[in-house]
Write a protein that binds this ligand. Structure first.
Ligand SMILES: Nc1nc2c(ncn2[C@@H]2O[C@H](COP(=O)(O)OP(=O)(O)OP(=O)(O)O)[C@@H](O)[C@H]2O)c(=O)[nH]1
Length: 303
C-alpha cells in the first residue's frame, strides 16, 4: 500500500470562502476555529483522509493588509507557510473575478513560490455566475499564472469539492501519514480546547505576551464517569514570562484555567478537569523543531 501525506495551504482574499471550503473537506468540527483572530504563525487547521492520502491543511493567517509591524511579520510568516506547503490552492470568487487583491496574490506567487510547486486555482461560488463568465475567468486567470489545475467549485453547495480533494490526494508526496488515522477525529477537539485556553490567556494578559504564547493539548482522557481530563501545556518564550503567566501565587494561571475549563466544558457538554502547566521553550517562534513536530519543515529566514 502506498501512502501519501502532505500539507495544503488554502489562500485567497478575505471572504473568498476558505473556511467554508475547509469545513466541506475536513468536516464541520473545525468551524469554531475559523473565526479566531490571527494569533499563531502557522497552525494546522484540519486533516482529512482521501483514499490512502492524508491531507493536512495549514493556516496562512493574515496574508492581507498588515496594520502593524507585528502583523507584517505575520504576513511574511503566512507566505512562509504557503511556500512550505506541498500544494497551494488559490481561491477566487467567480462573481468578483480577478480582483486587484487576487492579482496581487498571483504577483506574489510568481515572485515567492519555488518553481515547480503545484498551485491550483479554485474558482469558488460558481452558483453565482453563468457558465460563460466562468470559462472566461478561467482563461484569464490561467494566462496570468500557470496553474497546475483549475477547479470550479461551490464550497457552500459542495459542487466540485470532491474533485479537488481527489486531485490533492493524488498530488501529495508519497510518505507515511503524520497522524494515526484514529487520532484524526480527535485532533480538531484538541486544537479547539488549546485555542480556548489560549484565548483566555490573551484576554487576561492583554498585549503583554500574546504572540509569544502557545498552548498544546498533551493528553485527553474521556473517563468512564462521564468527565474528561485534559492536560495542556502553556509554552512561553522566556523564564520571565513564566512568572507573568503564573501570577502572584499562581492566581493568574488559576483564573485562566477556570475560565478555560468553563468554556471547554460547555462546548463539550461534559464536566472537564483541566490541568495547565507552564513551561519555557525559548524562541519557539524561531525553533525549527516546533514545526517539524507538526510535520512542517521551516527553514532559516522564513519568519
Ligand atoms: N454563494 C456562495 N457563497 C459562498 C460559497 N462559499 C462560501 N460562500 C460565502 O462566502 C462568505 C465567506 O466565506 P468564508 O468561508 O468565511 O470565507 P474566508 O475566505 O474563510 O474568509 P476570511 O475568514 O475572512 O478569510 C460566507 O458568507 C460564505 O457563506 C459558495 O460556494 N457560494
Amino acid at each position: 500500500m502506498t501512502t501519501r501525506a502532505g500539507f495544503v495551504a488554502l489562500i485567497g482574499e478575505p471572504n473568498a470562502g476558505k473556511s467554508t471550503l475547509l469545513n466541506r473537506m475536513v468536516g464541520a468540527k473545525v468551524s469554531i476555529v475559523t473565526h479566531k483572530v490571527q494569533t499563531t504563525r502557522t497552525r494546522i487547521r484540519g486533516v482529512c483522509m482521501e483514499g490512502e492520502s492524508q491531507i493536512v491543511f495549514v493556516d496562512t493567517p493574515g496574508i492581507f493588509r498588515p496594520r502593524r509591524r507585528l502583523d507584517r511579520s505575520m504576513v511574511k510568516a503566512a507566505w512562509g507557510g504557503a511556500s512550505d506547503a506541498d500544494i497551494i490552492v488559490l481561491l477566487i470568487e467567480a462573481h468578483r473575478g480577478l480582483t486587484e487583491g487576487a492579482q496581487a496574490i498571483i504577483g506574489r506567487l510568481k515572485d515567492e513560490m519555488p518553481r515547480g510547486k503545484p498551485v491550483a486555482l479554485a474558482i469558488n461560488k460558481i452558483d453565482r455566475v453563468k457558465a460563460e463568465t466562468l470559462l472566461a475567468l478561467a482563461e484569464e486567470a490561467n494566462k496570468a499564472f500557470p496553474f497546475a489545475r483549475t477547479f470550479m467549485i461551490s464550497a457552500e453547495r459542495g459542487h466540485g469539492v470532491q474533485d479537488l480533494r481527489e486531485w490533492l490526494a493524488a498530488e501529495l508526496p508519497e510518505g507515511p501519514w503524520f497522524y494515526p488515522e484514529d487520532q484524526i477525529a480527535d485532533l480538531p477537539m484538541r486544537m479547539i480546547a488549546a485555542e480556548m485556553t489560549r484565548e483566555k490567556l490573551t484576554l487576561r494578559l492583554h498585549e503583554e505576551l500574546p504572540y509569544q504564547l502557545t498552548v498544546e493539548t498533551e493528553k485527553w482522557e474521556d473517563k468512564p464517569d462521564g468527565t474528561t481530563r485534559i492536560d495542556q501545556i502553556v509554552y512561553v518564550a522566556r523564564d520571565g514570562h513564566k512568572g507573568i503567566v503564573l501570577g502572584n501565587r499562581g492566581e493568574t494561571i488559576k483564573a485562566i484555567g477556570q475560565a478555560a475549563r468553563a468554556e471547554i466544558s460547555e462546548f463539550l457538554g461534559r464536566t472537564v478537569h483541566l490541568f495547565l502547566q507552564v513551561k519555557v521553550r525559548p524562541n519557539w517562534l524561531d525553533e525549527p523543531e516546533r514545526y517539524s513536530e507538526m510535520g512542517l519543515d521551516f527553514k532559516d529566514g522564513d519568519a
